[in-house]
Design a protein around this ligand. Structure first.
Ligand code: GLN
Length: 451
């Protein structure tokens, strides 16, 4: 049914870069056979899923939305891919994304934009717009995204779906193409909080192949999603996340959600996190710096696009020509910015300062979590904007990440879930919940209570 749905609507939505029809059917049949043989299966066995094209899939194209990896067939599965398969989850295909996960609208994909199913002329968020659009257009009930600065939560918010960035280190990064290694985190996308919890449990857990993987039990997210209660919980409203630049309808729906939390028995207090005002600036130094180092591996020698390999060019020229042709504008902008910020003489002024701000943000969270169990805010300042509106204005584009970035810098767990439609444009608004690291279950407990 989902393959038929993809065939019917994806020409318009463009959520998928690659549909693995045969692979999906083979996986589904394998689950059927196990079920027929009386084997005990997990709760998601046979459930279809759309996988962001940043996770390697053995023998199935993995492009990261970039021309530089066009046609590359990975020789191995990412740990997340492996775990999905082990849970009997059926991978329908790979979803569209901003090139190397750099963007907030999926317009930076080398393979063309994805439409927001609520209004195809608007962006579905980014970088994981394909994953969220696949869910919102009923092409898949589940999807996987990655969240470096909001790329799971912001697409979830603007498509009216649920998205979770687990605690940093909660989900393995092995086989997840690296953008900014100290921030990147894979996580679940779904239509309900409980569905997200089931997927979270299936994909999370310690992995010796990822040196930053947390060696601790997966937080009890499914149990919390089933319990769904906020009675007696302390909820902090982040003071910094409102005011100029916030759409009136977004603020209205957020305030209504806070009122619901109170009605359900939560104690709500305002929390001051002054260093959050610096988060965006710090992020746009740290993420490009790490990206400039990570993307050095795309040298046209080891894998991917190779241009000018005709005997008339030196190896250095082949690398340069391939990068020139293979990387898009935003990726080049970030590599240049990051290389500059890391260069000798500028390192302390830029990268060093950004790391200090990161510490301040961490401290703001720590003192907030001494007073409250979770923090809440709108996920994004505005609803989905029209495709093209911010494409030539990187600063305007970066503002879409205003509320989501602090949780990445501190490594906390965070969720976005639907919180109604903005009265002025009828488009979905997201409620963000942030929990301390390794307390991911609190997101599900609160999310299930208010959804
Ligand atoms: N929009 C942010 C960026 O462009 C976040 C990306 C992400 O989370 N992958 O960097």
């Amino acid at each position: 049914a989902h393959l038929a749905r993809i065939e019917a609507v994806d020409e318009k939505v463009h959520a998928f870069l690659h549909v693995d029809r045969e692979g999906a059917l083979a996986q589904a049949r394998a689950v059927d056979a196990k079920r027929a043989a009386g084997e005990e299966l997990g709760p998601l066995a046979g459930v279809p899923l759309a996988l962001k094209d940043i996770f390697t899939t053995e023998g199935v194209p993995t492009t990261v939305g970039s021309k530089i990896l066009e046609g590359w067939l990975p020789p191995y599965d990412a740990t997340v891919t492996k775990r999905l398969k082990a849970a009997g989850i059926v991978i329908l295909g790979k979803t569209n994304m901003d090139e190397f996960a750099m963007g907030s609208s999926t317009e930076n994909s080398a393979y063309g934009p994805t439409g927001n199913p609520w209004d195809l002329t608007r962006i579905p968020g980014g970088s994981g717009g394909g994953s969220s659009a696949a869910i919102a257009s009923f092409q898949a009930p589940l999807a996987i995204g990655t969240d470096t600065g909001g790329s799971i939560r912001q697409p979830a918010a603007v498509t009216g779906t649920v998205g979770v960035k687990p605690t940093y280190g909660g989900v393995s990064r092995y086989g997840m193409v690296a953008f900014s290694s100290s921030l990147d985190q894979g996580g679940p996308c779904a239509r309900t909080v409980l569905d997200a919890a089931l997927l979270h449990e299936a994909m999370a857990g310690h992995d010796p192949l990822d040196s930053t993987s947390v060696d601790a039990p997966v937080p009890p997210v499914v149990e919390a999603a089933r319990a769904g209660s906020v009675a007696g919980m302390r909820v902090g409203v982040v003071k910094q996340f409102r005011g100029e630049g916030y759409q009136a309808g977004v603020v209205q729906r957020f305030d209504e959600a806070v009122a619901v939390l109170k009605e359900l028995g939560a104690e709500v207090v305002e929390v001051d996190c002054p260093s959050f005002d610096l988060a965006l600036s710090a992020y746009y130094l740290i993420a490009p710096s790490e990206c400039s180092s990570n993307l050095a591996r795309f040298d046209a020698m080891r894998y991917g696009l190779r241009v000018g390999d005709d005997g008339s060019h030196s190896a250095e020229d082949v690398t340069a020509l391939s990068r020139e042709a293979g990387f898009g504008d935003e990726v080049k902008r970030r590599i240049m910015l990051g290389t500059y910020a890391l260069s000798s003489g500028y390192y302390d002024a830029y990268y060093g300062s950004a790391q200090k701000v990161r510490t301040l943000i961490k401290r703001d969270f720590e003192s907030a979590f001494e007073r409250v169990d979770v923090l809440v805010s709108p996920t994004t300042p505005t609803t989905a904007f029209p495709i093209g509106e911010r494409a030539d204005d990187p600063m305007a584009m970066y503002l879409a990440d205003l509320c989501t970035i602090p949780a990445n810098l501190a490594g906390n767990a965070a969720m976005s879930l639907p919180c109604g439609l903005a009265p002025e444009d009828g488009l979905p608004v997201g409620l963000q919940i942030i929990a301390p690291a390794m307390k991911d279950e609190r997101l599900y407990q609160v999310g299930a209570a208010v959804e």
